[in-house]
Design a protein around this ligand. Structure first.
Ligand SMILES: [Fe+2]
Ligand SMILES: [Fe+2]
Length: 625
């Protein structure tokens, strides 16, 4: 036990619950209690002086509401009272037995143990255990009277469901005739199947905080305040009075997932090969803690630099292309806690890896379609997703960010990083910059994945030669050594839409008939000069893919491909009745796109929200590009 824990133990503040019972209590065999004798050299002495529990793992002494608790991690932590049957034998009741514990479970499992000495191996069932399953506390016992040759146990279950994060008092008794189980001071189950002396196995381990026999070990996730074993049968009145005396224990409820909830559950941002940002939003200001690691238990953690409602934690120093598991805990000023499920992310792959990305756009305000796009994309397991803008319908409507984007798409957003560009519907609202953690200067930015580089552009801003964005892009494209260069901005350079870029339906002259957004189109010469492979856009709520285009003609060997993917939820738009010269495939419908890249080959696919493939192409680049 680390010295710091001993300090915590000795300096523990007065409790509101009654102190632990006197060691002189009659026929008390074992009594383990927090706040009494310190844990030293990995040993927890019992108060009767008859035994010492060996500490396995690194349980921590800390407060859980009104009680000091020995907290076990559910993976490696438990306590061994006796490592074999001969050491256990003098400590174990022969017939009359009571076992009682104040316990707080953070999670349950199909087979869990609080205290006991047991063998449960096929037909061999010997010993006893006070434990639990997924839903309820249990008491199992095997006796000489019910022995079928190799032991036969009876297991009784409490009626009160286990409430996670709450103290329960659990007590079991056996008097040679009747097994009884008491939950929170009330008798809840009994059985008369067993009789006579307790039938113990010839080998095993006497443990606290784990279900353990010769071939199974299931440590518990939760905390002990106290555990006792008696050589006699406690009466119902004795058990009830213990619980009544410690009423604050039962009354206390952990703040976990009760008083504090995630408004926006965890989501990922700004992934790189060696880092990622985890974000979440809560109703009250919180500090965030991310526990993470390549496997459980999650041994690493990082915390948010500030306290706020919309908060983030940056993880750095990660390995590339590596899967990490993570769990986010939010804690407010009153120590209320919200805790996410255990989720996972993967750092971005390096230049030699095969990889995949998804594309979606114009989610706007249609949470069901957005959810289906996100689920469809997640089902394909991309390494990252780009969003072509108009992520919400009104960038200043905060509720849309939560209810129409981040919550419906959370399964994707919590496990795959999403890189957006800003559309016109964001209205340049601060929420865009608040909810997304993007590389500087955020309006535009670039990021690398595998052997590709993405250039993310704000087509609401000036894209003309001489503009800061154009100059930045020219510089970045010229400097890029990536095999694949992809751009994304909201407004399309090429579109067949019937009315956005001229009246192609009736030919009314008020709107000049052009091929696409005239501001974005000023980037085309840059794309052509620097060998951009695919330029993604949204804004038009449908799908369109162009032929490879060079200097306003189709050029199969050196042209730039343009893909409009604006089918994430915004009301659908219609292509002009007549075919545009540049158009290869135009289709109205909600959809998303997905591409796999390996070395110089890309396979690109577009799916509708039913998951049906409706467009695909494969491209292999010659070595000279
Ligand atoms: Fe849109
Ligand atoms: Fe738009």
């Amino acid at each position: 036990m680390a010295p710091i824990l001993l300090v915590v133990l000795l300096a523990f503040i007065p409790r509101t619950v009654e102190g632990h019972q006197s060691v002189a209590e009659s026929q008390l065999r074992l009594h383990f209690a927090t706040g009494t004798k310190p844990i030293e050299s990995g040993r927890w002495p019992d108060l009767t002086g008859q035994a010492t529990a060996w500490v396995v793992g690194e349980p921590v002494l800390t407060n859980r509401g009104p009680a000091e608790a020995l907290v076990l991690d559910g993976f490696t932590d438990y306590l061994l009272i006796a490592t074999n049957a001969s050491l256990a034998k003098p400590l174990l009741p022969k017939r009359d037995l009571s076992a009682a514990a104040w316990v707080l479970l953070e999670d349950t499992r199909p087979k869990g143990g609080l205290i006991g000495f047991i063998q449960d191996d096929g037909a061999l069932e010997k010993g006893w255990v006070l434990g639990y399953n997924r839903r309820s506390f249990q008491f199992g016992l095997s006796s000489t009277g019910a022995d079928d040759g190799n032991g036969r146990s009876t297991r009784i279950s409490g009626k009160t469901p286990i409430e996670l994060g709450r103290w329960h008092h659990v007590a079991a008794t056996y008097d040679g005739e009747t097994m009884r189980l008491y939950i929170d001071g009330r008798p809840e189950a009994e059985s008369v199947v067993q009789s006579g002396d307790i039938l113990y196995p010839a080998e095993g381990r006497f443990a606290l905080g784990a279900f353990i026999d010769s071939n199974e070990l299931f440590p518990m996730e939760g905390a002990f305040y106290e555990a006792k074993v008696y050589d006699r049968v406690l009466t119902p009145a004795e058990i009830e009075s213990v619980v009544r005396r410690n009423a604050p224990m039962l009354a206390w409820r952990s703040g976990v997932n009760r008083d504090l909830a995630f408004l926006v559950p965890p989501y990922l941002q700004r992934a790189t090969a060696d880092g990622i940002t985890v974000m979440a939003e809560t109703e009250r200001p919180v500090s965030l803690k991310v526990e993470y690691g390549e496997r459980q238990p999650l041994r690493n953690h990082a915390v948010s630099a500030s306290v706020s409602t919309l908060n983030s934690v940056r993880l750095e120093g990660l390995k590339p292309a590596t899967t990490y598991f993570y769990r986010l805990t939010a804690t407010d000023a009153s120590n209320h806690v919200a805790r996410s499920d255990i989720l996972s992310f993967q750092t971005l792959p390096g230049p030699s890896a095969a990889w995949a990305f998804g594309v979606v756009g114009d989610t706007q305000r249609n949470p069901e379609i957005t959810r289906r796009c996100a689920e469809g994309l997640f089902a394909l397991r991309p390494n990252a997703v780009i969003h072509c803008g108009d992520v919400v319908d009104d960038g200043f409507a905060k509720s849309q960010w939560v209810n129409d984007l981040l919550v419906p798409a959370n399964r994707l957003f919590s496990q795959v990083p999403v890189f957006p560009v800003i559309g016109n519907h964001e209205k340049n609202a601060h929420w865009y910059y608040d909810y997304f953690d993007l590389p500087e200067p955020e309006y535009w930015y670039t990021w690398k994945i595998g052997n590709a580089q993405f250039f993310m552009i704000d087509s609401n801003k000036d894209c003309g030669p001489g503009s800061p964005q154009y100059q930045w892009l020219e510089r970045e494209l010229a400097a890029s050594t990536a095999t694949w260069k992809f751009t994304a901005h909201h407004h399309p350079c090429f579109s067949s839409d019937e009315d956005d870029y001229g009246d192609r339906l009736r030919g009314k002259p008020e709107k000049r008939w052009v091929d696409g957004d005239s501001n974005a189109a000023r980037l085309v010469p840059l794309y052509e000069r620097h060998g951009v492979d695919i330029a993604f856009a949204g804004h038009i709520h449908s799908y369109e893919r162009t032929w490879p285009i060079l200097q306003m003609t189709i050029n199969q060997s050196r042209g730039v491909r343009y893909v409009v993917s604006g089918g994430g939820g915004g009301s659908l738009e219609q292509a002009a009745p007549q075919r545009a010269w540049f158009s290869l495939h135009v289709q109205r419908g909600y959809h998303y796109c997905f591409a796999v890249v390996q070395d110089r080959t890309i396979q690109f696919k577009a799916y509708d929200v039913e998951g049906r493939l409706f467009d695909t192409f494969e491209l292999t680049k010659p070595r000279d590009r």
